[in-house]
Write a protein that binds this ligand. Structure first.
Ligand SMILES: Nc1ncnc2c1ncn2[C@@H]1O[C@H](COP(=O)(O)OP(=O)(O)OP(=O)(O)O)[C@@H](O)[C@H]1O
Ligand SMILES: C[C@H](N)[C@H](N)CCCCCC(=O)O
Ligand SMILES: [Mg+2]
Length: 261
């Protein structure tokens, strides 16, 4: 008999704004799996939760239509119905770096378009999870990269570390890049992409000691890598501290702009 995945139904008590930017140590490390799991947890706790993939590169034939798998998975994990143009303003055909896929199609990825879509989506939801593209510094166009987008959105960042040889360097460099841009590394999740990796515990211990942010969970190598299964291994309550900090920052920004007005 297959076991039903467990999703806690109690409220998470995460204060607003409840918006996060999910990045990874690389492409193919579990960002979509973890973002979907976060959405499933947020939705199960009674929040209106929606995922955004600002730029998607790579179309697959799904149900006889050309669709992007990440966009589909995020949509399936959340519980808000929103137009595709808000959830993913740029759907590019080729499965390669988005700046190259965009160039091939004669498309220019524009930051204001992405910010506008995020605002519209945000207005419909209590919680928004934005999945980045590949790693933190992947180019989106000639003068724009994924980190610029995270900065413009001004969101706390969740780092997904794909557990495999090489991830320590990638994780530590990414944490440094996030902080160098003035963003908060709100938490990290490990996803066991290589079940043969030697000393996974030693690697986790190293990252715990060096990343300086809360570990939200370790997703083991799953036979069925689905949102609800991954969600069993993630605890978002560790985000409360940074959420409270973000809420206070928002209040301060509001009172400063009110005082200036
Ligand atoms: N813990 C895990 N157990 C089993 N498979 C996993 C796990 N984590 C990730 N995978 C698998 O690895 C592949 C890449 O994962 P995912 O699509 O979530 O990566 P990504 O970081 O979102 O990639 P992209 O940069 O393309 O958006 C998928 O097939 C996913 O199912
Ligand atoms: C196509 C793939 N699935 C991602 N969406 C795009 C990954 C871009 C990686 C670019 C790079 O770092 O070299
Ligand atoms: Mg993805």
């Amino acid at each position: 008999m297959t076991r039903e995945p467990f999703l806690p139904r109690e409220p998470l008590h995460l204060p607003p704004p409840r918006r996060w930017f999910v990045t990874g140590t690389d492409t193919g490390v579990g960002k979509t799996l973890v973002s979907s799991a976060m959405l499933a947890l947020l939705a199960a706790s009674g929040l209106r939760a929606v995922g955004m993939k600002p730029v998607a590169a790579g179309l697959d034939a799904i149900d006889d239509e050309w669709r992007n798998e990440d966009v589909e998975r995020l949509q399936a994990a959340g519980n808000v119905d929103a137009p595709l143009t808000w959830r993913c303003p740029y759907v590019l055909k080729a499965p390669m770096s988005p700046h190259l896929a965009a160039r091939e199609e004669g498309v220019q990825v524009e930051l204001p378009v992405l910010l506008d879509a995020f605002e519209r989506l945000s207005a419909q939801a209590d919680a928004v999870v934005v999945e980045g593209v590949g790693g933190f510094c992947v180019p989106l166009g000639d003068d724009l990269d994924t980190a610029d987008l995270a900065v413009a959105l001004d969101l706390p960042v969740i780092l997904v570390v794909g557990l495999r040889l090489g991830c320590l360097n990638h994780a530590l460099l990414t944490a440094e890049a996030i902080r160098a841009r003035g963003l908060v590394l709100a938490g990290w999740v490990a996803s066991v992409v290589d079940p043969q990796m030697l000393s996974p515990e030693g690697n986790l211990q190293t990252l715990r000691a060096r990343l300086g942010a809360p570990l939200l969970g370790v997703v083991p190598h799953l036979e069925a890598p689905e949102a609800a299964r991954a969600a069993e291994h993630i605890d978002l309550r560790a985000l409360r501290a940074s959420a409270a900090h973000a809420a206070r920052r928002g209040e301060v920004a509001l009172s400063v702009s009110a005082a200036a007005a």
